[in-house]
Design a protein around this ligand. Structure first.
Ligand SMILES: Cc1cc2nc3c(=O)[nH]c(=O)nc-3n(C[C@H](O)[C@H](O)[C@H](O)COP(=O)(O)OP(=O)(O)OC[C@H]3O[C@@H](n4cnc5c(N)ncnc54)[C@H](O)[C@@H]3O)c2cc1C
Length: 461
């Protein structure tokens, strides 16, 4: 049954979604299906702005796991032919074959999708965080900055959009973690910025390739991005003599980082781990575990020396690829009430299920409005941002999140409470950086040893 509430979206105060990434647009699709007035605010000049920036990376998930069910229905009604379900697209494919047509369909179905619109603040109208009285009776005031017909300084204009409810789907892409092991940029890191990239390099780009070919690159990090970088750089090393890669991991074990291989219920992710393992075994790649960077020094020849808290430095470094995870930006939520986990910065109720110290699998239970709602009634964190610093977010999980939340916003509490997603058992866990090689705690049974598995390394774009 559908029940109206003070937070039911109307044309004067619609549902406002921050971010036109895969999960923000999925939320919009659910709102359109339910006939709710909805406005999407995207800071980039086009939808899918964050995914475009890693467009050269091939996802480990196939199309079947990357199309939200409501979005798929709306697209099908508009004559869209869905891509092959078993094929894993690149980020750019995801944008061009899905997000762009989806945004068009959503617009024709009445959704407002504003690009070049950066949300810089959310509050209750006329009430800062200290004001207690009447918060729930007034709409949200969403402060937006957008280009006013120009691009330079001083050409931005600001407006305020009123909202019955706010879904924050702004992701974490804009805040990569630093190289410094204690979470702050290491001394010298900022100074070396011209040699440090905080994303997987696009080695199909000749200018980028020249920075790495025949030179020494350090890859720091253990997750899927680090593995992608390792595989791509490994392919360059096979082609260009003199190319060297040093893979730095804080954790004490490579096996933990590379996951369950063929036992991974997410086959593409397992294959990536196996390919990274093969790349790491190549002679051009040196793996150093238990390495925690505390300083970045410039050598006399201009190259870098990375200094750990214990052990030998890694010197003669031409380039660094630091892919150490992402952080959520809560600055523009400072005037609304949040209840966040102190370690992950995710909604507190979700933290136990996703903390990498004890749970890094895709076996995270599907969840929705009940876990993600904030003390500020009508405000929800979803998508990549809902996981805070936890690395294991899957688009499928986000689709279920927004299905439930939009149902709740629309007053359909039965649909909001129902669970409509079965996630695969992955057998991948214990991915938290165990200190000094101590065994990481694990939520799954031990995975099959990747050392026994052989895989042909596929060069990824
Ligand atoms: C390299 C990489 C590979 C991945 N591979 C997979 C995979 O194979 N399978 C899988 O399931 N998941 C994968 N993920 C994880 C996840 O599904 C993606 O990151 C996905 O893009 C998350 O979607 P999102 O909508 O939550 O965030 P994003 O895609 O980051 O979108 C957020 C949007 O919000 C906008 N935004 C940010 N701040 C503001 C603001 N203040 N105002 C307005 N707009 C704002 C951004 O410009 C962006 O367009 C991968 C992630 C990365 C980084």
């Amino acid at each position: 049954m559908t029940l109206a509430s003070p937070h039911t979206p109307s044309s004067a105060a619609p549902l406002v979604i921050v971010g036109a990434g895969p999960i923000g647009l999925a939320a919009t699709a659910h709102a359109v299906e339910r006939g709710l007035p909805v406005v999407v605010l995207e800071q980039g000049s086009q939808v899918g702005a964050a995914v475009r920036e890693w467009g050269h990376v091939r996802l480990f998930s196939p199309w079947a796991e990357l199309v939200d069910p409501a979005a798929g229905r709306l697209l099908a009604d508009a004559g869209w032919s869905s891509p092959e379900p078993d094929v894993a697209p690149t980020g750019l494919d995801w944008v061009q074959r899905y997000l762009e047509p989806l945004a068009e369909v959503l617009r024709t179905r009445g959704a407002v999708v504003r690009t070049g619109a950066r949300v810089v603040g959310v509050a209750r109208r006329g009430r800062d965080l200290l004001v207690v009285d009447g918060r729930a009776e007034v709409p949200f005031a969403v402060h937006v900055r957008s280009a006013a017909g120009g691009t330079g300084e001083g050409t931005e204009r600001e407006d305020v959009v009123e909202a019955a409810a706010v879904v924050d789907a702004s992701g974490t892409w804009g805040r990569p973690g630093p190289l410094g092991a204690d979470g702050w940029p290491a001394p010298g890191e900022a100074h070396a910025a011209d040699r440090i990239a905080y994303r997987v390099p696009d080695l199909a780009d000749e200018a980028v390739r020249r920075r790495h070919a025949g030179r020494h690159t350090v890859v720091a990090g253990a997750g899927a991005s680090a593995q992608n970088a390792l595989v791509a750089l490994g392919a360059v090393a096979r082609e260009v003599p003199g190319t060297r890669v040093t893979w730095l991991l804080r954790r004490g074990s490579v096996l933990r980082a590379l996951g369950a291989g063929e036992a991974d219920g997410l086959a593409g992710r397992g294959a990536l781990g196996l390919a990274a393992r093969a790349a790491a075994d190549a002679t051009a790649v040196t793996t150093v575990t238990g390495f925690r960077t505390v300083a970045v020094e410039a050598q006399a020849d201009g190259r870098l020396r990375l200094v750990p808290d214990a052990g030998e430095p890694v010197g003669d470094v031409d380039e660094v690829v630091a892919v150490t995870g992402f952080r959520p930006d809560h600055d523009w939520l400072a005037q609304v009430r949040l209840d966040l986990d102190p370690e992950l910065g995710c909604p507190r109720a979700l933290a136990d299920g996703i903390h990498p110290a004890h749970h890094s699998c895709g076996t995270v239970a599907p969840h929705g409005a009940a876990l993600l709602r904030q003390p500020e009634e009508g405000l929800y964190l979803v998508g990549m941002k809902s996981y805070g610093r936890a690395p294991s977010f899957l688009a499928m999980t986000g689709h279920e999140q927004v299905r439930s939340i939009v149902a709740e916003v629309g007053g359909d509490h039965a649909a909001a409470a129902a669970v409509e997603l079965v996630l695969p058992e992955t057998g991948v866990c214990g991915a938290a950086p165990a200190f000094d090689g101590a065994p990481a705690t694990s939520c799954c049974s031990p995975s099959s040893p990747v050392t026994d598995l052989v895989l042909e390394v596929a060069a990824r774009p």
